[in-house]
Ligand binder design. Structure first.
Ligand SMILES: [Zn+2]
Length: 141
């Protein structure tokens, strides 16, 4: 008899003693399923018939205003990204124009240096011929 009483007591200890409180309440808050907590609700079903929006992954009912607001905020971010990218393109275009001008200047300097080198080579050749003539002239003496 006393062994049987111990078993009854041990079963009662595992039951939530406050479980009856929910039964006494008129409104019971539903717990959010784990799948809804971690879902980003990226795929959406828009029901014209029910005038509602549901997540296609977790089935959560989405608030239409909140959903539209999230889309508007994404577009605001896209607006900023687009402005930043356009500024970057303009900056790169100016850099490219500077490089093109520098390339043209460098090519002109190379051309000028080639002309000067050509003149120096001609002068060197003339000097060399003159030296050979002078050496030949002195060599005959
Ligand atoms: Zn979801």
């Amino acid at each position: 008899m006393s062994n049987n009483d111990d078993n009854v007591v041990s079963i009662k200890r595992h039951v939530d003693p406050n479980a009856d409180i929910n039964e006494m309440k008129n409104f019971v808050e539903d717990e959010q399923p784990q799948a809804m907590r971690s879902c980003l609700h990226n795929n959406v079903l828009v029901s014209e018939f029910n005038r509602s929006i549901h997540c296609r992954h977790c089935g959560a009912t989405l608030d239409a205003f909140d959903y539209l607001l999230s889309i508007a905020k994404k577009e605001t971010r896209l607006d900023w990204d687009l402005r930043r990218i356009r500024n970057e393109i303009e900056r790169r275009r100016e850099g490219l124009e500077n490089l093109k001008r520098e390339e043209v200047n460098t090519r002109a300097r190379i051309k000028n240096a080639q002309f000067k080198l050509h003149d120096v080579n001609i002068a060197l050749e003339q000097a060399s011929e003159h030296l050979i003539k002078e050496k030949g002239h002195y060599g005959k003496r």
